[in-house]
Write a protein that binds this ligand. Sequence first.
Ligand code: ATP
Ligand code: MG
Length: 144
Amino acid sequence: MFKTIIAAYDGSDHAQQALAVACDLTSKYGAALHIAHTPQVASETMMVGYSAVPLPPSAEELEKAGAEAMQKAVAIAREHGVDDVVTHVQPGDPGRAIVEYAKAENADLIVMGRRGLGDFGSLLVGSITHKVSQLAECAVLTVK
Ligand code: ATP
Ligand code: MG
């Protein structure tokens, strides 16, 4: 049923749990596991007159953050019995990146947390979960 599974990973506990579920399904279905991550580095600000203007993170900062997150994700996948993973780091908008990657890889399933690093208690699901659930062309499993 599931041949290609994409786990969306932002480094949060929620995403770690989702990755564990993705690993379980990967083993059960003999599927290929891809881990997708969009690095998000807090932007620094520069004062222009009296206003603080955000400076976008450099390509090096994004690359470093992406590589670190992926290293951790690959180690978690190993702990859950999946050694063979494809990693995909794509800067930009995380929701769009996940949906586009799933389409490009012809994925059957996206597994993601219901919340992520943001953790605003008042919202039921995070904005990336919301976006991917609406836009993905394949099945989406959100893990609580
Ligand atoms: P918000 O970001 O809207 O404040 P949140 O951080 O609690 O809320 P989401 O960002 O929607 O919630 O995160 C839900 C899930 O989406 C995460 O558990 C993860 O699976 C995936 N996700 C979120 N951000 C990224 C990212 N940058 N790269 C890859 N996957 C992500
Ligand atoms: Mg988030």
